[in-house]
Design a protein around this ligand. Structure first.
Ligand code: WT7
Length: 654
């Protein structure tokens, strides 16, 4: 074992092959997948060109598949033309015009259904409204909305006329919105008076007004949807109601044929360091990959009802709500509100009510719902669900097993899907009718995705279970094209580490003896304890496996002798212990981790809290936890915290 390897000491032996019935009915069978791997291995470009022609409707066919002349700024299908919205809507009209495209449920219980025909008409009306407001191809439009159908309609309308949208998650503050509006140089903001979240109204228009107070002179129009009826100021000459903007607009709008590389959207990643990066996606490659992965990973078939719980403010809500499932002709569910409003059964009640067959959510949600107990999901009929998915962070085996048993009734495959905002779509994942799964592993790279694990020098790590850098060695169609306005940062962040040869994901991973990938966390979450590199996720997983632990986050703090010491924040099940009880439980847990993983993984410090600091998207704010673990002054903006009051507990002051 060299000091450059990232050691893995977590071993998970259980395996779950797909059920026979599932495998038989699945879109992609073993033979299909084998053929895809073989074809991609034989000719990477021809593989993607074939899929692009098979899956997409082009207005002009392409003659060049991949342009690598400006690598690592790769370009795909460079001289082809198509329209993304036409591929998501118009392409479905003949076959399934009356099929439900969107089933919407508001937090307050209001419901709507939109057929493909109705959705197309709504998108066209709004696209015409955008044009009437002077929006042209290439203009940037920021969308800051609640999770309602109009958010998706606005995105699709932009795509229809070639405007470049940048959706900003409605949970972000006015300041975050301002940064993104300025960076994108947006001409327009589309928002709502407010949205419903956790029984409260989030006043989006008020936040928009505040955001636009400074430095946003390039925004000359704000379109405002009336959603929450909470009243808001309207600025004369700048603001216009959605209903007024579409009044009198035709319900058809010719989709504009756009170059394959035309930017489809910018999406800012909430980077843990520095200012957010505007990840720029192109049209055709993104659409191709979105459609393909919806079919391949989610096995979308004609009668399915697909619910991906992500907000359209995140990449998951782009690829697996707003674009991919529609391109695949699916019925999707959209839900406006919080997963636990009015109670912890809301997700399951939606699944029951709308007959959800495919359910895709994040481990953080799974753990939160698991913590509420098995009797809640037991009250609902979840028997229609046939496939489950997770994304966003490594899922600890305990949560995986709970998901499998309690939600999936032990009959549903679970697809643990690894990808990133930058990759545009799922990269490493089981194919549900084919791949035997292992709890906690995202299994194998998809056909055409050349993922590998390399060491500090960029040499592939072939020995099983040795960790390293997760890299992608060949370009793929839905890769980010650049960081908006900062191509140097694009190259520096994703390519420079290995001399522009590989895309560097920033995650560490290991591969087991079966070739299965196990994501160990972000590179900067990897600790060096007494010369042993250790993924924090593995320690977290061990902690969560203890019956008294609901959730855990582990960070490093500097340690004189060991280099780094492990600092664990633990959310206990039941009441939070204090004083002697806390010391006693900490000792139990330290020993437990020692037993599970080995003595080097024993946390030096364990602190108990009622919950963990998370961003609005549910990601644990590790940087903040590291600062607290070191006892440093908190200078970072904590305004995006779900629960700012938690800081004192984490510091050990409460
Ligand atoms: C990072 C990307 C892509 C949608 C949501 C997050 C982590 C993502 C997994 C998974 C382990 C995962 C990685 C990745 N991640 N999926 N299945 N197993 N880790 O998008 O905000 O761009 O974050 O999320 O660390 O780099 P994102």
């Amino acid at each position: 074992m060299t000091d450059k390897s990232i050691e893995s000491i977590l071993t998970e032996q259980r395996q779950f092959p797909p059920g026979e019935d599932f495998a038989k009915a699945a879109r992609y069978k073993q033979a299909d997948l084998d053929a895809m791997y073989a074809s991609a291995a034989q000719d990477h470009e021809a593989f993607w060109a074939g899929l692009a022609r098979e899956l997409l409707d082009w207005s002009t066919d392409f003659t060049q598949t991949l342009d690598a002349s400006a690598a690592p700024n790769y370009r795909w299908f460079t001289d082809g033309e198509l329209n993304v919205s036409a591929n998501c809507l118009d392409s479905n009209l003949a076959e399934r015009g009356d099929k439900t495209a969107i089933v919407f449920e508001g937090e307050g219980g209001d419901r709507r259904r939109l057929s493909y025909r109705e959705l197309t008409a709504d998108v066209c009306r709004f696209a015409n409204a955008l044009k009437a407001q002077g929006i042209e191809a290439g203009d940037r439009v920021v969308i800051y909305m609640p999770m309602v159908p109009e958010a998706l309609i606005a995105m699709q309308a932009c795509a229809r006329i070639g405007a470049v949208h940048s959706v900003v998650f409605g949970g972000f503050s006015a300041n975050s919105l301002r940064d993104r509006v300025i960076d994108a140089g947006a001409r327009m903001v589309i928002t709502a008076d407010g949205g419903h979240r956790g029984g409260k109204i989030v006043e989006l228009k008020a936040a928009t007004d505040k955001a636009l107070e400074e430095g946003c002179e390039h925004v000359d129009r704000v379109i405002v949807l009336k959603r929450a009826d909470c009243g808001c100021a309207m600025q004369d000459g700048r603001d216009i109601w959605w209903s007024d903007a579409i009044a009198g607009q035709a319900d058809s709008c010719e989709p504009v044929p756009l170059n394959a590389e035309h930017p489809l959207f910018l999406l800012y990643t909430s980077g843990s360091t520095g200012k957010p990066k505007g990840i720029q996606q192109a049209s055709a490659g993104y659409l191709l990959y979105a459609k393909l992965t919806n079919q391949l990973i989610f096995d979308i078939q004609e009668d399915d009802v697909f619910w991906c719980t992500a907000d359209v403010g995140w990449i998951t809500g782009h690829t697996y709500v707003a674009y991919g499932p529609l391109a695949a002709g699916a019925t999707i569910v959209m839900y406006e509100g919080a997963p636990t409003y009015p109670d912890g059964g809301r997700f399951w009640s939606i699944c029951q009510k709308h007959g959800v067959t495919i359910f895709y959510t994040a481990p953080t949600a799974i753990r939160a719902l698991m913590k509420l107990g098995d009797d809640i999901p037991a009250q609902y009929d979840l028997s229609k669900i046939r496939l489950l998915g997770t994304v966003g962070e490594p899922i600890n085996p305990e949560a995986w097993i709970w998901y499998h048993e309690v939600i999936g009734g032990e009959r549903c495959p679970i697809v643990d899907t690894w990808w990133q905002t930058e990759t545009g779509g799922i990269m490493i994942s089981p194919v549900p009718g084919v791949t035997a799964t292992k709890p906690g592993s995202c299994t194998r790279p998809l056909p055409g995705i050349d993922a590998d694990i390399v060491d500090e020098e960029g040499t592939p790590v072939d020995a099983p279970d040795q960790g390293g850098y997760l890299v992608i060695k060949k370009p793929w169609p839905s890769m980010l094209r650049t960081i908006w306005g900062d191509n140097d940062r694009y190259i520096e962040t994703y390519w420079e580490k290995f001399q522009n040869r590989y895309y560097v994901a920033g995650d560490s991973a290991r591969r087991d003896a079966d070739g299965y990938f196990w994501i160990m966390g972000r590179i900067d979450d990897v600790l060096n304890i007494s010369g042993h590199r250790l993924g924090t996720m593995e320690v977290e997983s061990a902690l969560v496996a203890h019956p008294r632990v609901a959730e855990a986050a582990v960070v490093g703090r500097p340690h004189e002798i060991k280099g780094e010491a492990l600092f664990a924040y633990v959310v206990p099940k039941g009441d939070r212990p204090t004083g002697d009880d806390a010391a006693e439980l900490a000792k139990v847990l330290r020993n437990w981790v020692g037993e599970e993983l080995g003595p080097i993984a024993k946390p030096d410090d364990i602190r108990f809290a009622d919950n963990l600091p998370k961003t609005r998207s549910g990601k644990i704010m590790r940087r903040l936890l590291r600062i607290i673990a070191r006892g440093d002054e908190i200078t970072q903006d904590v305004s995006t915290l779900e629960n700012p009051a938690i800081i004192d507990q984490l510091r050990g002051d409460a």
